[in-house]
Design a protein around this ligand. Structure first.
Ligand code: FEO
Ligand code: CA
Ligand code: CA
Length: 677
C-alpha cells in the first residue's frame, strides 16, 4: 500500500507542555501537564530516609537471592539470547529529520501497511465506511490509535499481531465533532468500541519481511477487546470492598479496559497490556465521598469544578463512569491486563498484584531461582518505577500454572541514590566530576499477597492506592517512566524517562539530572548479581536526549557530531545484537520534526552512536516497535497521524490519501538482511 500521494497543506503542530500537540494532551492524557502534578507528597527527590518497610526486607522470600545468577535467564522478547558481537554497530544511514506525511525508512529498506483503523478483524465484520460508522461495526473492526505491538509466529508460517488501541481522536474520526457533551450517543459508543485491543492473523508477503492482513478463512484467533469486554479481577485485591460496585457486588468482574498504552510479553506467551491515563474517562468526582477525593486526586481525577468539561462523556451511555454515583468504578481501572492471544476464549485478567497506577508497560525477566520479575513505570511527572517478583517459579509448558504467577509475589517501588555530591548536579545537564550520572538503588517492598509493608495500608489498599503507598515509603520521583526493556544479551534493564518540563533546578538529582527536562533520558539498571530478583541495583544514565548540539545532552561520551537528535523516548525494544531501539512521542513539539524510531548500541565502543531508523507521518507518534525473532521485520505503529486536524481540514491523509488512519507498518530490508545490521 502506498503512502498518501496527494499532499494537503499541513498546518504546523502546536507545541504543548511535554512536547506533545494540543490534541494529544486533551484526548490521551486529559491535559495532564496542565494540571498540577498529582504527586504532592513530600518525598525527597533523593534522600536517605529508610522506612520501617525497609527494615522488614530481610523477611521477604523475594530477597533471598542465590549466588551465581544465571547469565541465561534474561528477559523475553523478540530477540533470543545469542552470541552477540563485542562491539555491535548499526549498519544503516540515519533517515534525515523531516515533517513528511509519510513513513520514511533508510536506503535499502522498504515498508508496507499491515492493518489500519477500521479494517475487518472478526470474520464477517463489514468493510470500513468512514461516513457510515456504527458501534456494532467498530466492535468487530480494528480499533483506533495503535500503541503496543507484539507478534507470535504460528506453525503455518502465519503470525498473530496483538495491538493496543490506546485512545480515540474524535476530532478526526467524526465530521463536525466538538466535545463529549454535544456528541451523538452513537459516536460515544463507537469511541468505546475503538478502545482496547485487537488480535489479528497476518501472513508474510512472499519470502520478504513484509506482512499483510489475512482477510479470508476461519481466522479463529481474531478478536476485539473493547471498553466493554468483561474482564476478571484477580490477585489479592479482587473482591475487596474497594472494588465492589452496584453492578458487581462481588468486586471480581469489570467491563473493559481503558487507555492501554504499552505492554510486554510473558515467557509463557501471554500479552501484558497496560492501562495508563484511565483518569480522564471519569466524571462526577466533585460528588464523590469526601474521604475518597484525596485518592481520586492522587490519580489525576478531577474532584472539583466542572468535571464533565472536555471529557469524552462515556457516562452519557454508561452511568458507571459517573463517580458521584459509582465512586469505586475508578478503582477498577489502572491495571496490568493479561491476555492469551492463543486462546480465543481467554477472559482478560486485571492483575491487582501488580498495583494500580498509570501503567505504561510491563516487561519480564526470569530471576536466578526461576521466578518472574515484571518491570513497570508509572507515566506521570514525578511518579515512580516499580517491580513485581512472583512467589512461584515459572514452569515452562504449563499454561495453567503460569496463569497463576502474577497473582502472588512482592510488589516493590524504586529508590535511587546518586554517587556524586548533590552540589555537582545543578540541573544544567553538566556531568559531575566522576564523569557519569550514576549511582545505586533499592527496591522497597510495598506488600506481598498476604502482608502489607506500608504502615496504615492493608494489602488491598497498597494494590488499589499504590501511588499513595509508594509516597509513604519514600520512593524516588522520576521524569515520567515509560517503557522498560531488558537486554537479551546482558540482562541490563532500560527505562525510557520521556520528559518532565516541570522539574526545577532544585529538584534535579543524579537520576533525573536536567531541570526543565523537555527531551527526556534513558536509565540503565544493573541488578545486583544480575539477578532480576535482587532488591538492590546499580544504575547509569547512558543517554540524555535532545539535539546533540545542545550541551545538556549526553550520548555515553560518544562523539556528538556523529549522533542523531532524539526527544521524548517512549517505547523500547532490543535486537538480537543487544542494540536498544527507541520510539519517540514528542519530537514535533520539541525538535520541530516528526517522531521516529531510533536505535543505539549500549555495549562496546559504539555505545551511544544513536541513529534514526524510521520516521512516522505528520502529527503521529511512533509506537510498537517489535522486531521478529528472525530479525527480518520490525513492526511500528504510527499513532494519531494528523491529530490536530479536523475531518474538514485534515493535517494528514496517511496512509491512503483521504483521511488519517492509525495503522501498523512492517519494515524490512529489501535484500533480506537482518534489521539494523
Ligand atoms: Fe501512552 Fe506514557 O504513553
Ligand atoms: Ca556520578
Ligand atoms: Ca507510551
Amino acid at each position: 500500500m502506498p503512502d498518501s500521494a496527494p499532499r494537503r497543506r499541513l498546518l504546523p503542530l502546536i507545541s504543548h507542555a511535554g512536547g506533545r500537540s494540543r490534541t494529544t494532551c486533551r484526548f490521551r492524557c486529559g491535559d495532564a501537564c496542565f494540571h498540577e502534578a498529582p504527586n504532592t507528597s513530600a518525598n525527597e527527590y533523593f534522600g536517605d530516609v529508610f522506612t520501617a518497610a525497609l527494615s522488614r526486607r530481610n523477611v521477604l522470600r523475594a530477597g533471598a537471592v542465590s549466588a551465581g545468577a544465571s547469565a541465561l535467564a534474561f528477559g523475553v522478547g523478540a530477540a533470543p539470547a545469542t552470541a552477540a558481537p563485542r562491539n555491535p554497530r548499526l549498519g544503516f544511514t540515519s533517515v534525515a529529520p523531516n515533517t513528511a506525511d509519510a513513513v520514511t525508512v533508510p536506503q535499502g529498506y522498504d515498508h508496507r501497511v499491515v492493518v489500519r483503523w477500521g479494517d475487518p478483524v472478526v470474520p464477517g465484520a463489514p468493510e470500513f465506511d468512514f461516513a457510515g460508522q456504527t458501534a456494532e461495526a467498530q466492535e468487530r473492526q480494528f480499533g483506533y490509535n495503535c500503541d503496543y505491538v507484539s507478534f507470535v509466529e504460528l506453525d503455518n508460517g502465519r503470525g498473530l499481531l496483538w495491538v493496543n488501541h490506546e485512545y480515540t481522536n474524535e476530532n478526526i474520526m467524526f465530521a463536525g465533532y466538538s466535545d463529549g457533551a454535544a456528541a451523538d450517543l452513537e459516536q460515544i459508543r463507537i469511541s468505546m468500541a475503538a478502545h482496547g485491543g485487537s488480535i489479528v492473523e497476518i501472513e508474510r508477503v512472499g519470502r520478504t519481511g513484509a506482512w499483510k492482513l489475512v482477510t479470508s478463512g476461519r481466522r479463529r484467533y481474531n478478536r476485539r477487546i473493547t471498553a466493554s469486554t468483561p474482564m476478571r479481577l484477580t490477585g489479592p485485591a479482587a473482591g475487596d470492598a474497594l472494588l465492589r460496585t452496584a453492578a458487581d457486588p462481588e468486586g471480581t468482574e469489570v467491563l473493559g479496559m481503558l487507555n492501554n498504552c504499552s505492554g510486554g510479553m510473558t515467557p509463557w506467551g501471554t500479552v501484558l497490556t497496560c492501562e495508563e491515563n484511565f483518569n480522564q474517562y471519569f466524571v462526577g468526582g466533585e460528588g464523590a465521598p469526601e474521604d475518597v477525593k484525596p485518592k481520586l486526586r492522587r490519580y489525576g481525577i478531577a474532584v472539583q469544578g466542572d468535571t464533565r468539561a472536555g471529557n469524552r462523556r462515556f457516562d452519557r451511555v454508561d452511568e458507571r463512569f459517573d463517580l458521584s454515583k459509582h465512586p469505586n468504578e475508578a478503582n477498577r481501572f489502572g491495571y496490568v491486563v493479561e491476555i492469551d492471544p492463543l486462546d480465543p476464549d481467554y477472559q482478560p485478567r486485571k492483575r491487582t498484584m501488580l498495583g494500580r497506577f498509570k501503567h505504561e508497560a510491563a516487561n519480564t525477566r526470569i530471576t536466578a531461582d526461576g521466578r518472574v520479575a515484571v518491570y513497570m513505570g508509572d507515566d506521570e511527572r514525578f511518579d515512580y518505577i516499580y517491580k513485581f517478583v512472583s512467589e512461584k517459579r515459572y514452569r515452562k509448558g504449563s499454561r495453567r500454572h503460569n496463569d497463576t504467577l502474577l497473582d502472588s509475589g512482592t510488589l516493590y517501588v524504586a529508590k535511587l541514590t546518586g554517587n556524586s555530591p548533590a552540589e555537582e548536579i545543578d540541573g544544567s545537564g553538566a556531568l559531575p566530576e566522576d564523569g557519569e550520572f550514576d549511582g545505586s538503588g533499592t527496591w522497597i517492598p510495598l506488600c506481598d499477597a498476604t502482608t502489607s509493608y506500608v504502615d496504615g495500608f492493608t494489602v488491598a489498599e497498597v494494590l488499589v492506592h499504590t501511588r499513595l503507598a509508594a509516597d509513604a515509603v519514600g520512593a524516588t520521583k522520576m521524569d515520567r517512566p515509560e517503557d522498560f526493556e531488558a537486554s537479551p544479551v546482558t540482562g541490563k534493564v532500560y527505562c525510557a524517562l520521556t520528559n518532565n518540563s516541570s522539574r526545577t533546578p532544585e529538584q534535579a538529582d543524579e537520576a533525573n539530572p536536567r531541570a526543565n527536562n523537555r527531551y527526556g533520558h534513558i536509565l540503565e539498571i544493573t541488578e545486583r548479581r544480575n539477578d532480576a530478583g535482587a532488591t538492590a541495583f546499580g544504575w547509569k544514565v547512558p543517554v540524555v536526549c535532545g539535539d546533540p548540539e545542545d550541551p545538556s545532552t549526553y550520548f555515553s561520551g560518544y562523539d556528538k557530531s556523529k549522533v542523531a537528535a532524539i526527544s521524548s523516548p517512549d517505547n523500547l525494544t532490543f535486537d538480537a545484537s543487544g542494540n536498544l531501539w527507541i520510539a519517540t512521542d514528542g519530537q514535533p513539539g520539541t525538535l520541530d520534526h516528526n517522531d521516529a524510531l531510533h536505535a543505539v548500541p549500549v555495549e562496546g565502543k559504539y555505545r551511544g552512536e544513536l541513529k534514526t531508523f524510521a520516521t512516522v507521518p505528520y502529527g503521529a507518534e511512533c509506537c510498537g516497535p517489535f522486531i521478529t525473532e528472525d530479525q527480518k521485520t520490525v513492526f511500528i505503529a504510527p499513532q494519531h497521524p494528523g491529530e490536530d486536524g479536523t475531518v474538514e481540514q485534515p493535517q494528514s491523509t496517511w496512509p491512503n490519501g483521504d483521511f488519517p488512519r492509525p495503522s501498523v507498518v512492517s519494515i524490512w530490508h529489501t535484500r533480506g538482511r537482518k534489521i539494523g545490521s
